[in-house]
Design a protein around this ligand. Structure first.
Ligand SMILES: *Cc1c(COP(=O)(O)O)cnc(C)c1O
Length: 429
């Protein structure tokens, strides 16, 4: 059995496995909740993108914010990707993982002076500039440190990515990027500033995009700017189309990468720019599952009320259902799956009615069931919090029949480390 959610989720003699590691045995070995990732899935996802864009000068930059575990960054770096980051913290992670800062693109609307100085010092590939004020600040900081800052301007191509409003970023009303007219003026100013080196143009219109048209419309809109800039004597080295490629959570038809690659090649025509993509979700989402164990089963109070399966994972571990009404498939991983099915809401222990993992699922459960929440590799662990003073889950990388702990479970000592109570020395300004 394989499916589009997770080609590396397989059933071996009744045991649900990620690659060849039995998930029920793994839950016993490492405890729950636990995030588990398939190395082969990540490797294949990167190779598939490189193949789809063969024939254009192409460069992949993994979007660190989707899953920033050092082991995943190391794997991406070993596979030859660069990185797209949105904070100084993410830059530190790339460096700690052994990644090359010279392959880092720095996106985000709120870069601080400290973050810009850090990025200049380690020599990143490019700043994706999101406003005129930021362009001034980068030029100023480059002057202070006697450097030339490589820049690209994030254009808002004003296309509707047709995705959830919280993950749609390419419309006029979004906070990201600048309008095309303003971009032209900024490029002109940058060209006259010896502290700035113009290297590219970028956009990112949203996430979980399954239609190709908005992506190609954004590309076409950017190309008219590229051509206009060329006529002004400003030649760009790269065109960065952002990330946002959609995946299968439920029954979506994911973006066809071959078609995307072929269309980009055709629309680019004879132009010489390198094409950059910044995918996050499409690399890691379906590489990961969240393992969780039933704590209690609570039968419905009335015929119309839901049955609740209270599990040991909660919204602090995986906030996507609460935050974006996201749908994650849920599978029972126990080898014996002959229990009679019933309708269940899978909920966590956190004191919020919004604390649910999945609603209205038909599953055969008993008090010993262990569940795998699928498609949890992206925007899962990175958004985990300590709400309700819950320690964050451990993370595991699976490779064939072996697994490795890539982040240990957080303890209460970890959580209390930064706090002092009221016994610490007092200060006055
Ligand atoms: C979030 C983000 C990405 C990655 O988006 P995915 O949907 O995970 O591929 C890429 N670029 C920028 C600028 C982003 O903010």
């Amino acid at each position: 059995m394989t499916d589009a959610h997770a080609p590396y989720l397989t059933e071996v003699d009744g045991h649900l496995c990620l690659e060849r590691v039995d998930l029920h045995g793994l839950a016993d070995a490492v405890g729950t909740p636990a995030y588990v990732y398939s190395k082969a899935h990540i490797t294949d996802a990167i190779e598939a993108l490189n193949e789809a864009f063969a024939g254009v000068d192409f460069n992949l930059h993994y979007a660190v914010k989707a899953n920033s575990n050092l082991a995943i960054l190391k794997l991406c770096s070993d596979l030859g990707t660069g990185f797209d980051i949105v904070s100084g913290g993410e830059l530190s992670r790339v460096i700690a993982a052994g990644g090359d800062p010279g392959t880092v693109i720095f996106s985000g609307v709120g870069k601080t002076v400290e973050e810009i100085d850090f990025a200049l010092k380690v020599g990143i590939e490019c700043f994706n500039v999101e406003s005129e004020a930021e362009l001034h600040r980068i030029a100023e900081r480059a002057e202070v440190s006697g450097q030339v800052a490589p820049i690209s301007i994030r254009v808002n191509p004003n296309v509707d990515a047709q995705t959830h409003p919280y993950i749609s970023t390419g419309l006029k009303q979004n906070k990201f990027g600048v309008q095309p007219d303003q971009a032209l003026a900024m490029y002109q100013a940058a060209a006259e500033n010896p502290q700035l080196n113009i290297v590219g143009i970028d956009c990112h219109i949203g996430s979980q995009i399954t239609e190709i048209e908005p992506l190609l419309d954004a590309f076409t809109n950017m190309l008219s700017l590229v051509d206009e800039l060329a006529s002004m004597g400003i030649e760009l080295k790269h065109i960065d189309l952002g990330g946002g490629m959609g995946i299968v959570y439920q029954d979506e038809t994911p973006l066809d990468l071959q078609t995307y690659g072929a269309s980009v090649r055709q629309i680019l025509g004879g132009r010489g720019q390198t094409i950059i993509l910044e995918p996050g979700r499409s690399i890691v989402a379906n590489a990961g599952v969240l393992l969780t164990r039933i704590e209690y089963l609570k039968q419905a109070a009335e015929p119309d009320a839901p049955n609740f399966a209270v599990v040991d994972a909660a919204m602090n571990d995986l906030i996507r259902p609460a935050l974006y009404q996201a749908w994650h498939d849920v599978r029972v991983v126990n080898p014996d799956r002959t229990l009679p099915p019933d309708q269940w809401d899978i909920v966590g222990p956190v004191c919020e009615s919004g604390d649910f993992i999945a609603k209205d699922r038909t599953l055969g459960l008993d008090a010993s069931s262990v569940l795998a929440v699928l498609s949890a590799g992206a925007y899962g662990m990175v958004q985990a919090s300590n709400y309700n003073s819950r320690g964050r889950a451990c993370e595991i990388m699976v490779d064939g029949e072996t697994f490795e702990l890539i982040r240990r479970r957080e303890t209460i000592t970890d959580q209390l480390r930064l706090e002092t109570g009221l016994d610490a020395s007092r200060n006055a300004l």
